[in-house]
Design a protein around this ligand. Structure first.
Ligand code: GCO
Length: 432
């Protein structure tokens, strides 16, 4: 039986969960996802987001639960389509709603992380061409500046765009998310505009606030490896997936330019260094081969016999450590803005949690400045093109009654968060 020792996390470490507006609020009727769901046939389990977790009305109850579960931080997103329902018109009642949401978080001892764009676009923005519109960076920056002016004093952490490369890949390369294109030219244009948008949003938030919030981007980082390490074609495929998924936004922001394959490393004025933190979402490893690339998939595949999640993704904690270590080069504080697993077996979730936290702590013990961990997600919710079938919650949510019921993993995370440590006994229980 392996020997385990206690490990602890840095003083003041932030612990909590991450969510997004469309997946939990309910009735986000004015965005492109809602419209797309109504067409039917797109969501794998046949569901639509509908009332979701009704978090729009139950946020107070959810934050009370998060507090009881030992959390001291929480990540939400603001639904742009509520704030700016028509181009240039601000809905002040919705601004007040999010003010109440943020006040409730503070009241419940939860440090807010606020994402401004989490996949969904207002219908008017979609109709102008969405991410293909050359005005897109300006339009979203105007919204970012507005939010920072209105609610800035309540928000210590702003996250500009969630997983921009997933928007590109799922929306414009494989056609899984709206606008469902399979067009490399459009994908490159969207990627360019998303990178510029991040820079503009950062500047707009900076200009609108005086109290120095930390502002950053949320990266979906995928551990990309060649299926056959001896095959040059497979190595090239893994490198291409890595360049696009991981490197493009990191290098672009770090150096202030549009990296290949999207651009030719030309300078993007005002972009360089537009971050005070890096948010990393980590789920899985993918193995890339020449054939996966040729088939147009950039998501790769898990190795045979691997432990999988219900999403079909490989559970690979070592990849978390490797990707975290890679962020050290940028000299920014790091926040894990998502990490989690969809599973019907909560014991698997518990194992996933301690194994990933152990890898995170390994990176910290080697000098990496990780300051928080936000698990995806608090309650089961609407998992995009998969629907409600996927179960990411540490708290079960009955889609009929919306009753919330913490799973054992919620109490495990609570104990870890309260102690700011994992004991040898806990490791023994889940890893032996
Ligand atoms: C994403 C989003 C989340 C997902 C989560 C699980 O990464 O796609 O940030 O909205 O629900 O990652 O797939």
């Amino acid at each position: 039986m392996p020997e385990f020792t206690d490990i602890s996390f840095p003083t003041g470490f932030l612990w909590g969960c991450a969510t997004s507006s469309h997946q939990v609020e309910g009735n986000c009727t004015n965005n492109d996802w809602w419209a797309w769901e109504q067409e039917g046939g797109h969501i794998r389990d046949g569901s639509v987001s509908g009332l979701a977790c009704d978090h729009y009305n139950r946020f107070d109850e959810d934050f009370a639960l998060a507090q009881e579960l030992g959390h001291n931080a929480h990540r939400i997103s603001i639904e742009w389509s509520r704030i700016e329902p028509e181009e240039g018109r601000w809905d002040m009642a919705e601004v007040d709603h999010y003010r109440r949401v943020l006040e409730s978080m503070h009241r419940h001892g939860l440090t807010p992380f606020v994402t401004l764009h989490h996949f969904t676009n207002p219908l008017w923005f979609r109709d102008r061409g969405g991410w293909l519109d050359p005005q897109a960076p300006e339009l979203i920056a105007r919204y970012a500046g507005f939010m920072a002016r209105e609610l800035g004093e309540l928000v210590p952490f702003w996250l500009t765009i969630n997983e921009p490369m997933v928007t590109v890949v799922a929306g414009y390369i494989i056609g899984l998310f709206p606008p469902c294109r399979q067009d490399m030219g459009q994908a490159m244009l969207a990627a360019r505009h998303l990178l510029l948008a991040h820079g503009r949003m950062y500047q707009a938030i900076r200009e609108a606030t005086t109290h120095h919030p930390l502002v950053g981007i949320v990266m979906a980082m995928v551990y990309c490896q060649p299926k056959d390490p001896d095959s040059e074609g497979d190595r090239r495929a893994a490198q291409m997936a890595d360049d696009l998924m991981n490197e493009y936004f990191l290098a672009g922001i770090d150096r202030g330019l549009i990296p290949p394959p999207v651009g030719q490393s030309q300078e993007a004025p005002g972009l360089k260094g537009t971050w005070d933190l890096i948010g990393i979402n980590y789920y899985a490893r993918i193995l890339m081969s020449e054939t996966t690339l040729a088939s147009g998939s950039l998501f790769g595949e898990p190795p045979p016999g691997a432990e999988l999640s219900l999403m079909g993704e490989e559970v690979y904690p070592e990849g978390f450590y490797r990707l975290l270590k890679r962020l050290q080069a940028y000299g920014q504080p790091i926040y894990v803005t998502e990490n989690g697993i969809s599973t019907l077996d909560d014991d698997q979730r518990c194992r996933y949690l301690v194994r990933h936290l152990r890898e995170m702590q390994r990176a910290i013990s080697e000098g990496l400045d990780v300051r928080g961990y936000l698990h995806w997600s608090l309650t089961d919710n609407f998992e995009w093109a998969e629907g409600y079938y996927q179960k990411f919650g540490i708290v079960a949510m009955d889609p009929q009654t919306r009753e919330r019921k913490p799973r054992p993993s919620a109490y495990l995370l609570r104990d870890i968060a309260r102690a700011n440590a994992i004991t040898a006994e806990q490791f023994g229980r889940y890893l032996a």
